[in-house]
Ligand binder design. Structure first.
Ligand code: FAD
Length: 454
């Protein structure tokens, strides 16, 4: 077995990138991609494919890269994944396809994500879109939300002859891909190109339409043959501690939306953001990592406060590494107790407490407890809560659709309790991943198609 390690992709230097919002990872060039592709062992029973939630035929597309046939490579990926330029960048490959790669047993797994991105970027740059003539079937489907679940469902249905209209409450399509994940991880031009490809397929996207207010689910049910709800999980959680309503306390969602969607960091922004001198981001997942790295780029001294130890951080290792290179200060085993304010209700600091890990219990996440008497104060003027989100079911207003006791839309497969209404993505699972939302959108499309073929 060739023991050569993975070809490293080029990145913007940390000194440069903390001063801009441009993409950190620059992707492979042709020479690098060919070299990395040649490390693939082309296994007869490819474990990597089983590790991919949408079962992309990975060895086949890598083989096509080796043959320098990027059109074929793109066709292979596209037959399973509708947003490859997105997935190549943000999928947690190290826990999925790459974790199953045989090469990873004794060295570095193949950089499947980076190769997927290489092919998808080539396709976007060279405008490779599907041009197959689509025969319309006369059926109309409405989709609530334009995140990865809604976009995928829309694409699959449009390819099968349905007239699809997406209703999106925000001014731009893309869901978390547009308003959540920062430009330095997922450039918005990539999301826009993917959305434009759908429009070329004939999908109509109506933005600035809050379903539940401007139009009700009931009306959509009457006007369309089927409805798919992919409204995500955009409602931020807070800790419920003293001082959380002070000026200078934000949710990660708000900070990221203002930065990504409203470009609040630009000097001529109509909605400028307060830039903290010292900011604490509370949490340890990918959202916390995105928020802390964004705040750093605004010029703050940026701290990440996490109640467990670094080993338990749920964020991707790669994001943690990038954050460290960028000078983010990691304050682990620490938790806020209350936020301190001045007479004008501005944040001036935080009372925090040290935490300690409890003994490990097999199969469970390590629990923590406060270290008695370790309370102390840290100075700061900005606090960002990145503690997770839950679904906001505004679109369901007035309907009697069934919800689980965890506040998620109840489904059987992707069918909800209402006839001809389907749902998927974070609104059904709670916060998860892009690829799982896409998988749900694809599954719903399949079920909708089947319901009309009966
Ligand atoms: C900051 C951040 C970083 C993340 N990073 C990653 C990552 O690196 N990798 C990864 O795999 N996953 C990541 N995730 C998770 C991933 O983005 C989500 O799991 C995924 O976007 C869920 O897709 P969705 O289609 O279900 O919902 P969403 O992407 O949330 O889209 C839902 C859409 O519905 C719209 N909507 C809601 N209510 C209404 C209404 N009433 N009327 C009309 N429209 C409505 C919303 O505005 C939104 O556009 C991240 C999440 C966040 C917040």
């Amino acid at each position: 077995m060739n023991s050569e390690g993975r070809v490293k992709g080029r990145v913007q230097s940390p000194e440069k990138r903390v001063k801009n919002f441009l993409e950190v990872e620059l992707g492979y060039n042709k020479e690098e991609a060919l070299k990395e592709a040649s490390r693939c062992l082309q296994c007869k029973n490819p474990r990597c494919v089983t590790g991919c939630p949408v079962n992309i035929r990975i060895p086949e597309f890598i083989h096509a890269i080796k043959e320098d046939n990027l059109e074929l490579a793109y066709e292979i990926i596209k037959s399973s994944s509708s947003l490859p330029a997105v997935c190549g960048r943000v999928c947690p490959q190290e826990r999925q396809c790459e974790s199953m790669c045989v090469r990873g047993l004794k060295g570095d797994a193949i950089a499947i994500g980076a190769l997927e991105r290489y092919v998808a970027d080539y396709a976007l740059e060279n405008n490779l879109v599907e041009t197959k003539k689509i025969k319309k079937n006369g059926k109309k489907v409405a989709i609530v939300g334009s995140g990865p679940s809604g976009l995928t469902c829309a694409g699959e249905l449009a390819k099968n002859g349905f007239d699809v209209t997406i209703y999106e409450v925000l001014q731009k399509a893309g869901g978390v891909l547009t308003y959540g994940i920062p430009e330095f991880r997922l450039p918005k031009r990539i999301v826009e190109s993917e959305v434009n490809n759908l429009i070329k397929l004939g999908v109509t996207i109506k933005t600035d339409v809050p379903v539940g207010n401007a139009i009700t689910l009931d009306t959509l049910e009457k006007e369309y043959d089927a409805v798919f709800i992919g409204s995500g999980a955009g409602l931020p959680k807070f800790m419920g501690i003293e001082g959380e309503s002070a000026n200078g306390v934000f949710s990660a969602n708000e900070i990221l939306t203002r930065i990504n969607l409203m470009k609040a960091y630009e000097s001529n922004s109509k909605t400028p953001i307060k830039k903290g001198k010292v900011a604490y981001i509370i949490g340890g997942g990918n959202v916390a990592m995105d928020a802390v790295r964004s705040v750093k780029r605004l010029g703050s001294e940026a701290h990440l406060m996490y109640r467990r130890s670094e080993e338990e951080l749920p964020a991707r290792k790669m994001e943690v590494m990038h954050a460290k290179e960028e000078g983010i200060i990691f304050d682990t085993l620490l938790n806020p107790k209350r936020i301190l304010t001045d007479e004008n209700n501005n944040v001036v600091g935080m009372e925090v407490v040290n935490m300690e890990l409890l003994p490990e219990v097999e199969g469970q996440r390590r629990e923590v407890k406060e270290v008695e008497g370790s309370e102390h104060v840290v100075n700061c003027d900005m606090v960002v809560m990145a503690l997770g989100t839950s679904p906001n079911h505004g679109s369901l207003k007035g309907s009697n659709i069934k919800i689980t006791d965890k506040g998620l839309i109840l489904v059987d497969g992707t069918k909800t309790s209402l006839k001809n209404v389907y749902a998927g993505g974070d609104a059904v699972t709670g916060s998860a991943t892009v690829i799982l939302a896409m998988e749900a959108g694809k599954k719903a499309a399949k079920e909708i198609i089947e319901s009309f073929n009966k």
